[in-house]
Design a protein around this ligand. Structure first.
Ligand code: SF4
Length: 208
């Protein structure tokens, strides 16, 4: 499979906020690309690794929690499915982070977090597979995000417990600039807010 990086850190956002985890970032994504993407390097910066090499690299860390992210990791599900089984055998708790652009396969034994992308006035998802996600993480860009997010929640009958709202920001300054607005929106709508802890702590540094 195409692997961009494997590193150990804390999950900076969403339902596992603050948890130590190994991050397996897979390369590749698909159009339309998000103008605010902060992992552009993953679009085409990746090396081929087989399952053994990935497992060995992950085993360097004394941590049995893994976040599989991208890029868009589920583009590589054909290769990933076997690794998924082996991670479960080894006792890993697994979270997938996906945009939903490539669809979501049935995945047993993992937490699937979908962050739908609103690009050029449309949600770029495969709607028929969305019910396979456990949680949804929406990016708050500006006031115009509010109506689109609430409409999505309504259209897909999402319970508030499954929803997180995260201010856009690949720098500390950008994220802090949207904090108050995002906070107000979440308070009004009764939705959970998540920061991006790694950005607040380290700004735009990679690998944390
Ligand atoms: S889906 Fe993720 S990796 Fe792909 S362009 Fe959007 S933010 Fe970047």
């Amino acid at each position: 499979m195409k692997v961009t990086e494997i590193f150990y850190s804390l999950q900076g956002e969403g339902v596992w906020l603050g948890k130590p985890a190994v991050f397996l970032r897979l390369g590749g994504c698909l159009a339309p690309y998000c103008p605010w993407c902060d992992t552009r390097y993953a679009w085409d910066e990746a090396r081929d690794m087989d399952q053994e090499a990935v497992l060995a690299s992950m085993a360097r860390y004394d941590c049995r929690t893994v976040v599989i992210t991208g890029g868009e990791p589920l583009m590589q599900w054909d290769e990933l499915a076997g690794l998924h089984e082996r991670l479960i055998e080894r006792g890993y708790a697994i979270q997938y982070e996906t945009s939903g652009k490539a669809g979501i396969p049935p995945i047993e034994g993992a937490t699937v977090v979908c962050s739908p992308k609103y690009i050029d006035h449309a949600w770029r998802i495969e709607p028929q597979t969305l019910s396979r996600a456990h949680y949804f993480k929406f990016i708050y860009h500006d006031r115009s995000s509010e109506q689109a997010i609430m409409q999505f929640i309504k259209d897909h009958h999402l319970a508030a417990e499954r929803v997180y709202i995260m201010p856009e920001g690949s720098t500390r300054r950008a994220q802090l600039g949207l904090m108050a607005q995002t906070f107000e929106f979440c308070r009004q709508q009764g939705l959970a807010m998540t920061p991006r802890l790694h950005i607040l702590a380290f700004d735009a540094r990679r690998g944390v």
